[in-house]
Design a protein around this ligand. Sequence first.
Ligand code: 3PG
Length: 210
Amino acid sequence: MSDTDLARVLDGARVMPVLTVPSAATAGPLADALVAGGARCAEITFRTPDAEQVLKTMATHGGLTVGAGTVLTPEQVDRAVTAGARFVVSPGFDEEVVAKCRELSVPVVPGIASATELMRALRVGLDSVKLFPAEPLGGIPMLRALAAPFPQARFVPTGGIDAARLPAYLADPAVLAVGGSWMATPAHLERGQYGEIRRLTAEAVHGGAT
Ligand code: 3PG
């Protein structure tokens, strides 16, 4: 398991919409809009009561490789995997979460914000981590500086990234994929702006073409 497997699960997908979905009723049209925009993966955060149902709906949609985000406990790992999560993302590095993911053979992407945290992740055999929160930490210069002593590490920077900042992250050789919520926000969902979700997703994935 570990990150070779994450890369395999992502299968070349490099733009990861991070979704906080208040109502499971929007999961179907949301998945349709993301796929129409060219997304091939998505992270559903465990920040809403409907998150598990959203995960189930989007995991069975067919067009997306769906993972769980904001996973903080081993119990949430169980629930996420039962709901169909193909990978697990956490804002920080928690050994129990990592151990549970290994037990269930699901790739895990722990968040790290320092060289010390990255060394802990590498020591337990992971090679892909979420750099979080990427922009407040210093963005690309921070990523470059952190990557230099750890050539084996691959990063999924997330946090504060938008369409304007995306290309520089994608161009970085240490970046496996880039996550962000700007393509589909709770406000978009509340207003039913699926066309806008599709447009923003296409802009991110293809530079605008659908
Ligand atoms: C996350 O959970 O990874 C972040 O909240 C996403 O960050 P963003 O909302 O700044 O894109």
